[in-house]
Write a protein that binds this ligand. Structure first.
Ligand code: OGA
Ligand code: MN
Length: 296
């Protein structure tokens, strides 16, 4: 059924080498492993530029066996832009920039088992996220990414044309559950405070990647509420269809983590989903998030 437009992820032997590192494509559409780079060493400007170029081309970069400190993780993130703090997800007590996903028996997964790009409830969603595995269950706990440029390109020209003029309303909806246990008055006050700080942004349904110029289907099941100026039933039906697209295997790359694997993804042309198949085992991940610009 699915005819992919092109397999965008092949490199010539020459292009595989950049600044002493090797870029090894992993998925047909997206994903590459970076070899020959030790992130416990200081990364220089040339290396960060080569990584940035690889990120634009491959969309998800994987680094294995990187036993770095949290400070090194943060410093690595800062080479690619301003680092942001998540308003709802817990972080290391001594480092608010380090988001912590620590799931186990007493802390089941909240929302990463839904296709999404990160924090599109912001006016300026992140440019990228750098996720490091601290602890993995013996089996399971993979993450999948989908190429939302390929997903858009797989639609008919008629559908792409129709989508290109639309806008969507986003919301921090899964995080509303965080306030559920509070007494009513406090819950309303807290929600009102966050609604004021993060008013529903309107983002185009089809965005243009600010670096590559690629068109991207930019709606996601976690944060997109509705298509603006449509009837509710129209909006629901259209979104329900669009939410099926990242689930198509041809657009995906799947990563099996090990302790100290790092994945750095371009948050703008991709969505991701963390398989929630290891409960009640423990899985712990640390994330640094890099600020982006308003999508258009
Ligand atoms: C994230 C996220 C996926 C995972 O950190 O943004 O969605 O595999 N995590 O834990
Ligand atoms: Mn995420």
């Amino acid at each position: 059924m699915i005819q992919t437009v092109q397999s965008g992820n092949q490199l010539s032997a020459r292009d595989r080498r950049a600044n002493d590192m090797e870029i090894v494509p992993l998925g047909a559409m997206l994903g590459a492993e970076i070899r020959g780079l030790d992130l416990t060493d200081k990364i220089d400007q040339g290396q960060s530029e080569a990584l940035n170029a690889a990120l634009m081309a491959q969309k998800v970069l994987v680094f294995r066996d990187q036993d770095i400190t949290s400070d090194q993780h943060l410093a690595f993130g800062r080479m690619f832009g301003e680092v942001t703090i998540h308003p709802f997800v817990p972080h290391l007590p001594e480092m608010p920039e380090m988001l912590v996903l620590d799931n186990h028996q007493d802390n089941p997964v909240l929302s990463t088992d839904m296709w999404h790009s990160d924090e599109t409830f912001r006016e300026e969603p992140p440019m990228g996220s750098i996720l490091r595995c601290r602890e993995m269950p013996p089996v399971g706990g993979d993450t999948m990414w989908a190429d939302m440029t390929a997903a858009l390109g797989g639609l008919s020209d008629k559908m792409q044309g129709f989508l290109s003029g639309l806008e969507a309303i986003h919301d921090f909806k899964p995080f509303r559950r965080r306030f559920a246990g509070l007494p009513v008055k406090e819950r309303h006050e807290k929600l009102a405070e966050f609604e004021e700080r993060y008013p529903n942004p309107v983002h185009p349904v089809v965005t243009t990647h600010p670096v590559t110029g690629d068109k991207v289907l930019f709606i996601n099941e976690q944060f997109t509420l509705a298509i603006k100026d449509m009837r509710e039933d129209e909006s629901r039906t259209l979104l329900d269809f669009l939410f099926t697209l990242p689930r198509i295997p041809e657009y995906q790359f799947r990563l099996s983590w090990e302790k100290n694997t790092i994945a750095f993804w371009d948050n703008r042309p991709t969505q991701h989903y963390a398989a929630n198949d290891y409960f009640p085992q423990r899985r712990t991940m640390h994330r640094i998030t890099i600020k982006g610009v308003r999508p258009n």
